[in-house]
Design a protein around this ligand. Structure first.
Ligand code: BGC
Length: 349
């Protein structure tokens, strides 16, 4: 069968390779790969320096962590059956395990020895068939169809919102106004979940192009471009999805008192800017501001993500998937076109 394999950091080495058929163990599902979502992490692995690691003893990694497939074969005594629409969880606990990994919170791994499918020392889901232990497989509402490929990014946002809400447990008031920075797939899913929570949601993006504005306004949220400081709101909660450092610190100066800023994005850039750090520190202290980072997702966050997708408007979710490429079009899929939101690979084409 075919798989998309890469040598991390070597863009010219992306290939559709012939690999052995996967052999399911007693607890594994055998899955027919349907779609694979592409995200910035894949670009970092292929084109960046120092991100992405093949399994030990190999130089090639099967890429892909945003999965969607159909169960071909399930172990007899599980809740999974042939035909189920499933996605696989990305991270596996470290072997020690550290305390969080021992409690199923591999997303909070403390020693960095976790592995990640398609990213860190474990083959990913970019193959025509793959296996996954049932403990790391999540069932999707069959009505979602291809939109189920949005589960992995949705799980990351489900965690971001869950952790944000846990922090708000410190307060006697409830947040009302949310700002999402970045209107890519992560930002749009963050906005969708903010609207599902009944918040007044604002989405900021640097550019007004492609279908983003319509996607935002069709959620019932407000779209802003230009200068974030100029949008005239003092949000109670921010889900930051650009990874653009200078913007992050501008946010600290514009939020309402007692607000929470959740950082979900990273950037490969190494910008150096002059910033009024003492002033930012003062504002954060005097306003009880919380700024925290959030990565990856536990199993419960995948389940929350699956619920959020099932509740969403299917027509809207479908519009998130703007481009499909065949397996040998993976490299083309990595390069963003102006109208792209989520680009997916058709694993059967
Ligand atoms: C994935 C996460 C992963 C992170 C770091 C993200 O793109 O969605 O699951 O933990 O990259 O490798």
């Amino acid at each position: 069968m075919k798989a998309i394999t890469v040598i991390p950091g070597r863009p010219g080495q992306v290939r559709v390779s012939d690999v052995d058929e996967p052999r399911p163990g007693p607890d594994d599902l055998l899955v027919e790969g349907r779609l694979l979502g592409i995200c910035g992490t894949d670009t970092d692995i292929v084109e960046g320096q120092g991100y992405g690691w093949p399994p030990s003893g190999r130089d090639r990694l099967v890429i892909g962590h945003e999965s969607l497939g159909t169960v071909l074969q399930a172990p007899p005594s599980t809740t999974f059956a042939e035909g189920d629409l499933v996605a696989g969880i990305v991270r596996r606990p470290d072997p020690v395990p550290c305390e969080p990994c021992g409690h199923g919170e591999w997303d909070f791994c403390r020693n960095g020895r976790y592995t990640e499918r398609g990213i860190k020392e474990r083959d990913g889901y970019g193959s025509q068939r793959w296996v996954v232990d049932t403990h790391y497989a999540v069932k999707l509402d069959p009505a979602l169809g291809d939109c189920g490929v949005l589960l992995e990014p949705a799980s990351v946002l489900a965690k971001a919102w869950e952790q944000t809400e846990r922090i708000f447990a410190r307060a006697t008031w409830r947040p009302r106004v949310a700002l999402v920075t970045g209107a890519g797939p992560i930002g749009l899913l963050a906005a969708m979940m903010g609207v599902q929570r009944g918040l007044e949601v604002h989405v900021f993006d640097r550019a007004d192009r492609g279908p983003k504005r319509r996607l935002v306004t069709d959620l019932g949220a407000t779209f802003h471009v230009g200068d974030v400081g100029g949008i005239g709101i003092a949000p109670d909660v921010v889900i930051e999805c650009t990874g653009y450092g200078p913007l992050v610190f501008e946010l600290a100066e514009m939020v309402a008192p007692d607000s929470v800023i959740c950082l979900t994005g990273i950037s490969p850039d190494t910008r150096q800017v002059e910033a009024g750090l003492d002033e930012i520190n003062k504002q954060m202290v005097l306003n009880n501001t919380v700024m925290f980072g959030s990565v990856n997702a536990a199993r419960r966050n995948f389940e929350q993500g699956a619920d959020a997708l099932a509740k969403a408007d299917l027509g809207w979710l479908k519009r998130m998937i703007t481009r499909r490429v065949p397996m040998d079009g993976f490299v083309d899929g990595l390069h963003k076109q102006p109208d792209d939101v989520k680009v997916v690979v058709d694993l059967q084409a």
